[in-house]
Design a protein around this ligand. Structure first.
Ligand code: PMV
Length: 277
């Protein structure tokens, strides 16, 4: 039995979405496949899994008799939704075709064990793919958007972020950061309007990164990656996901492969991510 789920990139609104503001995200052409088979003895998770994630996944499995194999091309802990993709793929492998709402609730319960206070955005994309404007409920609002026709360039800093810790740190700074969170939410709506115009979107992402920096979730390496994207000719760039590590996303001015080449030439780990349903 096997199941597949997509990774995602948050195009705008991370952290603000935890407090009811809108966020924009899209599924990407990368994901996670989980295969379950019978084995003798205790249930076997792949080595190297984050212990908290492993604890969450064990909740979804019997204690004995299951071997779990995972194949993923999502970098782990980089804000690309690898834990939500793993949870959704595991539940699909276990349960087959379940209605999306039931799958959402079950996967969100696993994400919450792992992440603490999860908005459900990652889980939504892992299930549905595509591009979405998402607002945490109740009532939850997920409006499908036409996926951008251009491709995002991703720069992986190589550092893993800890989403649980980042969300907790932001929570500890409230209410003084509430205005900042509202500004990020408002920017998400502007990003939605600019999604099909790289020239308009670029400067919005650059502003968005500055807000996330003020929120305290960027790192010197994330800042350096956004600077490198600008120097390499990107129209704009921002960190994507919880921060504290992870990836930067950039709007290429022309062919995305050319921007990737320029970034690689100065030592960055860059690749193209395409929207996928
Ligand atoms: O770093 P990721 O991919 O887990 O994204 C977290 C996004 C947050 O808005 C910071 C948290 C959430 O649950 O939406």
């Amino acid at each position: 039995m096997s199941g597949f789920a997509r990774g995602k990139l948050i195009l705008a609104g991370e952290h603000a979405v935890v407090y009811g503001h809108p966020a924009i995200a899209m599924g990407v052409d990368r994901g996670t496949r989980v295969s379950l088979s019978h084995c003798e003895g205790p249930t076997h998770l792949p080595g190297g899994a984050d212990p908290r994630l492993a604890a969450a996944l064990r909740l979804a499995l019997p204690p004995h008799g299951v071997r779990v194999d995972v194949h993923s091309d999502l970098p782990v802990g980089r804000g690309m939704g690898s834990s939500a993709a793993l949870a959704v793929a595991l539940l699909r492998a276990r349960d087959g075709d379940v209605p999306p709402d039931a799958l959402f609730d079950a996967a969100l319960a696993l994400e919450t064990v792992f992440h603490g206070n999860a908005s459900g955005l990652d889980v939504h994309i892992a299930i549905h793919g595509g591009a979405v404007r998402y607002r945490r409920g109740p009532p939850r609002e997920a409006v499908a958007l036409p996926a951008p026709g251009w491709s995002v360039v991703v720069i992986d800093t190589g550092d893993a972020g800890d989403t649980r810790r980042m969300v907790r740190d932001v929570a500890a700074r409230r209410p003084s950061v509430d205005g900042l969170l509202a500004d990020i939410g408002a920017l998400a709506l502007a990003v939605e309007d600019a999604l099909h115009s790289p020239a308009q979107l670029g400067p919005l992402w650059t502003r968005h990164h500055a807000l996330l920096r003020r929120l305290g979730v960027s790192t010197p390496r994330l800042d350096a990656a956004t600077d490198a994207a600008h120097h390499a000719g990107a129209l704009g760039a921002k960190l994507s996901g919880a921060g504290g590590g992870g990836v930067v996303i950039a709007v290429p001015e022309g062919p995305p492969d050319a921007l990737v080449e320029r970034l690689r030439a100065v030592g960055h780990d860059a690749f193209v991510a395409r929207a996928a349903t």
